[in-house]
Every structure is written in C-alpha cells, then in structure tokens.
Design a protein around this ligand. Structure first.
Ligand code: BGC
Length: 374
C-alpha cells in the first residue's frame, strides 16, 4: 500500500495548480457550504459585496459605500438560514418571489377553460406563489468567476402550489465594477402558466436597522398606477398619479404624503401599490423605473427594468418584532421594496399585459439595482 503522503503529493500538485489557475483574487466568487446550503459572496473592484444564498435565491446582504466611503449593509435580513425559516413573521426579506409574485384574486385563474386554484395564504387572496413559494425552496447554484455572477436554477413541478406546468427557471445575479447588481430571470414551461418573478429585497440606504425609510427621496418613473380594493387587488383602472400622494414623478421624501387622507393609502396601510412604468412606447426595453436618494449618507439606488410595472412597498407590515442580522429591530417602515414586475392579478385582468408563459416561449426579464452616491 502506498503511504498517504505519496497519494497526497500529486493531489497537492493539482490543488496548487488549480489555485494558481484561479482568476485574480478579489474577483472570484467566494462559496461556502453549510448544511447543504450554499452562500455566495460577489465582490467588485470597489469593495462592494453582495451575499446570496441558494435558499430562496435570497440576497442576504448588500454592502456599499456612502459619500464618505463608509461601508454599510443596506439590505434587511439575517446571517443564517435558521433565522429566515424560524422568524415569527416571514416578510420575504431579499428573496425571489414566484411562481407569481404579488396577488392573485381569491387564488383562482382560468387558462384555456380550465380553472386553477391556489392556496389562500393572504386571505382572501394568494400572495407570492403560495405556501411554499420560490422564496422557501432550495435552488441549484453555479458560479461564473469570469462574469462575477451566480446563477440559481429551480424546477417547479407541474401542480406545485396549484400552478400548471413544469417550470424551469433561473435567476442570475451579477455584480459589476459600476456597483450594479444585474438580475436576469429566465424560464420555460411545458404547459401554459402564469409567471411573475421579482426580487423582494428591503432596502434602507442608511443601513439595515437604522430606523425608518421615510426621509429617503423617491422618484418613480410612472404617471399612472393601479389602484386596488381593500384586499389589495387592482380595480383594473390605471388613473393618473398627478395631484395624488402617488405622484413620485418628481423626487419627494417617501414620508411627505404618506399620512394624507386617501382611501388607497388606507387600503395599503401606506404605499403598497403597483405603478405603471413610463416605457416611452418601448415595451420590454430596459428603462429607468425609480431613483432613491438618502440625504444623510448620500447613497443613491437606481432601479432599471424591462418589466412594465413596479410595486413600491414601504414596509407597512414591519412592526419591530423582527430583529435583523446586526441585532437591531426592524421598525414599522424600516425598509422599502421596489419590486419590478407585471401588474398584480394579471391572470384575471384582461386589460393588463399578459403574464401567461406558453410552451415554446421563453420568459426573459432583466432588472438592475445600481448604487452610487451624491
Ligand atoms: C406586498 C405586501 C406584502 C409584502 C410581504 C409585498 O410585495 O406588496 O402587500 O405584505 O410583500 O412582505
């Protein structure tokens, strides 16, 4: 029998070679595994980092500089998976939501004369893909050091959570040296199905756990929105935002009009609505959706997307019960989400852009979260 050192020597040579062959340190995607779950850290030339896990395709942290160069984590969430799964409330921190992000009225829709029923997990409606949506499943991960990207793939089975068709989908997160996170969603199906994938990161540009987001200045590139009924299902109308608290066409603090006497704000408990993005006639093209500026730190977030809608949700259901990764509690309106997507309840709204993916078609959307300072 060969001594162990003789077996190890060629292995050591191979390991050394592969280490030498690794791309530039600092560029390579760092991968850790714990209890079958992977954690990926993307880094760029400016020291910005994004930590991602294959559980729920969750973005666990986004560390970016302020105008003085001080780094802070501006994404709400936790350091470990148990905290995501055991939390008393699960507000989809950082996750990809699907198969259908947002609400489907009464959990019912019809395709080709066949009615489908989904779990009512947000009475009386279905929300964010059901009881075990894409935020609570384990995705398959692979890294591409060349492009500084992680791709997570998931096969949702025919009938899973009541949806038709085997849906093969993936999300790729890529971090650029321009401090942008580029997100590409792809999917194909073998039966016609609704699909609406989005990213549910809660941002607080002051830093996670640093109080409310009411002082952040928000611009939404939209002159219309989709008002809702008391259960947050769109009425089907798309009125102008002009002259209402929903007008963010010029940047204003999120908190400026949030307490106005307004039925829509009452229904949402604040902003929890979909805006109809101004695409300038360029359906499916990448256009600016929103810009957020935080005056104290100077941090800026720009959101661009190929999607036609943007759900702006300002953390109305956070109430201080959840304690985040650095031990600070997540207060009411302690984070906001800018969820690029199709409009809520599209499968039941004939006048909204279609969310039905057919076999032989490919679902392909892209969203970019770009950070800078002012
Ligand atoms: C919805 C909110 C919901 C939240 C769950 C958002 O996308 O618009 O109504 O409460 O997700 O955390």
């Amino acid at each position: 029998m060969k001594p162990i050192s003789a077996i190890l020597r060629p292995c050591f040579g191979l390991v050394l070679m592969s280490v030498l062959l690794l791309p530039q340190v600092g560029k390579a995607v760092e991968v850790e595994t714990a209890d079958d779950i992977q954690f990926y850290t993307l880094k760029n030339a400016n020291g910005m980092t994004v930590r991602i896990t294959n559980y729920g395709a969750i973005i666990m942290s986004i560390v970016v500089p302020d105008r003085e160069g001080n780094m802070a984590d501006i994404a709400l969430g936790y350091n470990d998976i148990a905290s995501y799964t055991n939390a008393v409330d699960k507000p989809y921190f950082g996750a990809v939501v699907g198969r259908y992000g947002n609400r489907i009225a009464k959990g019912k829709f019809t395709i080709d004369d066949q009615e489908y029923s989904l779990a009512i997990n947000n009475p009386p409606n279905s929300l964010h893909g059901g009881i075990i949506g894409f935020d609570k499943v384990i995705w398959n991960g692979s890294v591409d050091d060349e492009t500084n990207a992680v791709t997570l793939s998931y096969l949702a089975k025919d009938g899973e959570e009541g949806y038709p068709g085997n849906l093969n989908c993936s999300v790729t997160y890529r971090l650029t040296d321009e401090n942008a996170i580029e997100i590409d969603y792809l999917a194909t199906t073998d039966k016609a199905t609704p699909i609406n994938l989005t990213q549910h990161t809660y941002f607080n540009l002051k830093g996670e756990g640093e109080g409310t987001i009411l002082g952040h200045e928000l611009m939404i590139n939209a002159r219309r929105f989709t008002p809702v009924d008391e259960t947050l299902i769109p009425t089907g109308k798309t009125p102008a935002v002009q002259g209402t608290p929903f007008d963010f066409t010029t940047a204003k603090p999120i908190g400026r009009d949030i307490a106005a006497e307004n039925e829509q704000l009452k229904f949402g408990g604040g902003y929890d609505h979909n805006w109809v993005l101004d695409k300038g006639g360029q359906t499916g093209e990448m256009t600016l959706a929103a810009t957020v500026y935080e005056p104290k730190t100077g941090r800026v977030l720009e959101v661009s997307t190929t999607e036609p809608g943007l759900q702006f949700y300002c953390g109305n259901f956070l109430d201080g019960r959840l304690t985040g990764k650095s031990g600070k509690s997540y207060v009411h309106r302690g984070g906001f989400c800018l969820e690029t997507q199709h409009y809520p309840d599209s499968p039941n709204q004939p006048n909204f852009p279609s969310t039905i993916l057919k076999p032989d078609d490919e679902y392909a959307t892209k969203t970019i979260f770009k950070f800078s300072t002012r």
